[in-house]
Design a binder for this molecule. Structure first.
Ligand SMILES: [Cu+2]
Length: 149
């Protein structure tokens, strides 16, 4: 190994410098609306809601959001199995800031390996009640309900 340490420090500085302009590049939502259409969302102060996935339950299994508010939904797989946050109608009812957290092959869910954590940033948009399931374990009643008030 030759000395690469100085280059790594320089790369770190570049990464920090780049973090300013992320919001402007957000891709569009399902339905054609983009997150940037929302007036000045302050994502640093998005309300944090944590949902744990265990074998085989969502904790909590009832989740409520306020229409027009910005959220960071923090998903934690605390189980030993792969779990999925599968909620196609809910995902259409929100304006998503980071759609790349969704599964590429299935845009209606977020999959988490054991011990993995993922964040979904969004603004709640359409009031209603939405079904939440884990596509792997709905047979075991790994289901929940999401409300946008
Ligand atoms: Cu599961």
């Amino acid at each position: 190994m030759r000395g690469c340490d100085k280059r790594i420090v320089a790369l770190g500085a570049v990464l920090v410098a780049c973090q300013g302009g992320v919001a402007a590049a957000d891709p569009s939502m399902p339905g054609g609306e983009t997150a940037v259409n929302w007036p000045a969302v302050d994502w640093a102060h998005a309300r944090v809601v944590t949902v744990q996935m265990i074998d085989d339950r969502f904790v909590p299994d009832k989740i409520a959001f306020q229409r027009g508010s910005a959220y960071r939904l923090h998903l934690v797989n605390a189980g030993a199995d792969v779990h999925e946050f599968t909620a196609p109608e809910f995902l259409k009812a929100i304006a998503i800031r980071n759609p790349n957290v969704l599964e590429r092959t299935r845009l209606d869910e977020i999959a988490l390996q054991p011990k993995e954590q993922k964040d979904l940033y969004f603004v709640a948009r359409t009031p209603g009640h939405y079904r939440l399931t884990c596509a792997n374990h709905d047979w075991d009643n790994m289901v929940g309900e999401i409300t946008i008030e």
